[in-house]
Design a protein around this ligand. Sequence first.
Ligand code: FES
Ligand SMILES: [Fe+2]
Length: 413
Amino acid sequence: MSDQATMNSASGQQAAEAGSDWARLRRESGNALRRRTINHIKNGTTDLADGPMLVDPGAYTDSARHEQERQVLFQQRPMLAALTGDLPEPGDTFLFDETGPSILLVRNKAGKVNAFFNMCTHRAAKLVTEPGRKNRMSCKFHGWTFDLDGKLVGLPGPEGFKGINKDDRGLIPVPAAEWHGLIFVRAVPNGEPIDVEAHLGKAFARELAHLELEKARPMKSTRFGVNSNWKYALDTYGEGYHFGTLHPTSIGALAFSNIMSYDNYGPNHRLAMPRAEFMEYSDKPEEEWPDTTYNGLYYIFPNTVINANSIKGGKQFYGISRVFPNEKVDEATTVISTYKPGHMLDVEETASWTEMHDFIVKVVSTEDYSVSEDGQRNMKYAPAGFKPVLGANELALQNIHRHISDLLAQADK
Ligand code: FES
Ligand SMILES: [Fe+2]
């Protein structure tokens, strides 16, 4: 079956059959990645860029550049705001506050996801402060009420608002698009619609579609701050060079250091960092490999990493980490959310997933981000002319930094 036919059948009536196609494609793609990665382990090699790359420390410390990044990368471009499973049913609401304005996602009666500025059109109070399932949304300040499509349907004391047209006071929409379980929004009022497949690029989009994220269900989400530039925090997700040294008893005990299989998709990438357990079956024929989803880390430019990986006991999880810049150049917010994949929903317990979630949050917040915070501070006081260097083995980071600089340069023109 051609790729295009696969895509079409998946969105057509043969949903059951297509479901098994996705599972097969996911397995093939994951096994190909494991095969490459096992070869790297055996040969003691890793994928490499042409050479090292110097970075301007201002990329981490310059406030004007930071503000430009917030605008160009986080407010004007589509951002991953949620998965389908975060608001699965009509009337479900979900907040996405990390990209600047508070954004309200709501699934309407017909099942379509709407997104609005989470702002009451009376006097700009935050409309929804406690997301959940709702028929209508009422403002806690004076009780103006909106339906699931953002229309103003209730206004107490109407005699005070003669001459104000209710139809002009609907919620302010922002573009939203739901595609194979990924919900993207763009924080531009009344902005152009989002074409997710064009945004991701066809080949990368197909890899993400294999994961069947539309069936994944949320297990736990944690939001926490870090006193570093968002990129210093994000950089820790893009290489396994540091596993053995920074994480000797946590990640370093589970995965090999400095072995990476890297696939580039424009600004996006997929990165595999081999787990120690690969060696248990590396000499067996592929048909005998355990059927675990190991598809590596999918990075969606600029700030999102989807980890499709295994938990001991043959279980699998999807862990989504997103790093957002705060207003200050040296502060960022991370949201880590762990999901149970659709093909694991028949496993009733949830502890395996919440424990994995807690483990990742602990490692990131106490090990990775302690380095980010100290390094950020050092970068601020480093002598003129000092430039951090991204090695040829840190090729994923090179690509990210290059794309960010290119986009900022284009915006300057
Ligand atoms: S600000 Fe919302 S009802 Fe007044
Ligand atoms: Fe790390």
